[in-house]
Design a protein. Structure first.
Length: 132
């Protein structure tokens, strides 16, 4: 070490060569980013498949699924009801309409919003619900 506690350029380079360099601010930023990514990826989602059920059974299962989501802290519920291809053409998609009607009335206090699921999750054949 040269005078007054300062290191020469050669000493600094030798130290770096021997011990390497740790970029503390870079690792901190990486950690924060991964935490944010982890929080996003931990978004809990439950799936409920109502295919082939009669309306009365579908209502019971939807109510029960919403209760479980609220108890478990689940943030989203994906309800698969199908496109209604086997429904009476006069009535349209029975289960899809049933789910929407319940969410607009009786189950309104239990969700923030609902909408058709993203294409990868079933599109118009499923409804994505954000749980309160």
């Amino acid at each position: 070490m040269s005078g007054h506690g300062r290191r020469s350029a050669e000493e600094i380079l030798a130290h770096i060569e021997q011990h390497g360099v740790q970029r503390k601010d870079q690792s901190f930023n990486d950690d924060r980013t991964s935490v944010r990514r982890n929080k996003r990826s931990k978004k809990h989602r439950m799936t409920l498949d109502l295919h082939g059920l009669r309306s009365a059974e579908a209502v019971i299962r939807l109510r029960s699924a919403l209760d479980r989501c609220r108890e478990n802290g689940t943030q989203e519920l994906l309800v698969i009801h199908g496109y209604g291809l086997h429904s009476d053409p006069q009535e349209g998609p029975v289960l899809k309409q049933l789910v929407a009607d319940l969410l607009d009335t009786e189950l309104r206090p239990f969700h923030r919003w609902y909408r058709p699921a993203p294409f990868k999750d079933g599109g118009d054949g499923a409804t994505l619900i954000s749980i309160r």
